[in-house]
Design a protein around this ligand. Sequence first.
Ligand code: HEM
Length: 448
Amino acid sequence: MTLDLAEIQGTVLRNRPMPYFGAYLLFRIDDGEAARQGLARLLPQVTSARDWEAPADQAWINVVFTAEGLRRIGVPADIVAGFPLPFVQGMAARRVFLGDVGDSDPVNWDWPHGGNGFHLGLFLMGQSEEARDAKLAIGHEAMRGLPGIRLLSHLDVGIPPTMREHFGYVDGLSRPFIEGEGGEPQPGQDVTKAGEFVLGYENELGRIASAPGPEILWRNGTFISIRKIRQNVAAFRRFLRDNGDAPGGEEMVAAKMMGRWRSGCPLALSPDHDDPDIVADPLRRNAFRYREDDPDGRKTPVGSHIRRINPRDALDGTISDARTHRLLRRGSAYGPVLPEGSLEEDGEDRGIVLALINADPARQFEFVQSQWINDGDFVGEGSRSDPIIGRRDLTDDYSYPARPVRRRLKGLADFTVVRGGEHVFLPSLSALRWMTELPGGIGKPDAT
Ligand code: HEM
């Protein structure tokens, strides 16, 4: 099985450099013809998976559309209507199902979404700030002189100088190996059917993942469920401090909430003390399972972030098989780092933007968000949610096995608040070319 690497936009299959400097540019389309012209200018700059490795300019551009964006550039409305429901409705419309309530309600979001004007997005990334900025200039240049396309938002993202996300964890360690991506899986890396992440290929259900309309539109494309999440770093640090009076101290609490020490070392491989040597070894840092070795979560609690979000083999033989709910996850930080040791917020906005790649957003992102992050029933934890990113309006406690008795942490705060989100479509290179030649779209006599 081989994937058409020259067709698939690079971010789907390829890892980012470390460190990297990225940006999200979100545009509104008011004229289909202008959007097609802008896209045609951008096309030579869009990086495929084949061309991802070390391009001459050390920088990359990928292009996405919301459902309304596809309609506005000229994809017939009846075709778009047949795309997956979460994409067609938009993430804000799914707020109750996703648990985006209270402060996380879309009325409080500060990032444009498909329901309020975001139609076309550019994701840019460079190995240096200069390389990223050079691509940014190209992105702006492509849209210059086209009043039918308006920039709504520019958000810089990347990996903080600490090389950790804002809560202090090393990130970006685990991801599935996609059949046909090239190379070999590493020890412990699940091999996943390509159709879980790219349309046009067989998925874990034995079907070819597809979408309506001509094959050129959807083949080698995929969906990204994006979440912009603000992190309340001071609240998280205060929680660790207030609960750090047990063996292992604050670092043990942080590890039991995540399932990895903040160094990235998995509890599954070193449950009693941190071992950064394990993280440094790509052959060891993901080489673990839960079912045989740790069925009750004595090492990696069943409710910890990484175990609930990817239970690996722990649920084999139950009705929810982890292989059909996988997400390819690309996280980038935004905002300045809260100075080390500070336990008070400084008024700055900081957090993470997650690009969760999936071919079936209902079965993948929405299932994980609603059943595994915001509920704990699947592991016998009642309505207890993810201790780091879960909603708190139903329960605010978290417990894990410890000696001599189970440890129960109470009063989990809202460590995270959703600030934006959307399901977007990432077309193949051929689909993008096809879209530049469409008739119609918004602003034309046959506009939809
Ligand atoms: C503030 C928000 C979040 C933070 C700080 C965060 C942090 C982390 C960290 C540090 C890891 C371990 C490193 C790794 O395995 O690569 C991880 C793993 C992961 N996270 Fe999150 N995460 C956040 C939100 C989310 C959300 C919203 C989702 C999905 C809906 C998600 C999905 C995953 C997945 C799939 C893994 C890999 C687990 C594995 O394969 O073992 N995360 N996250």
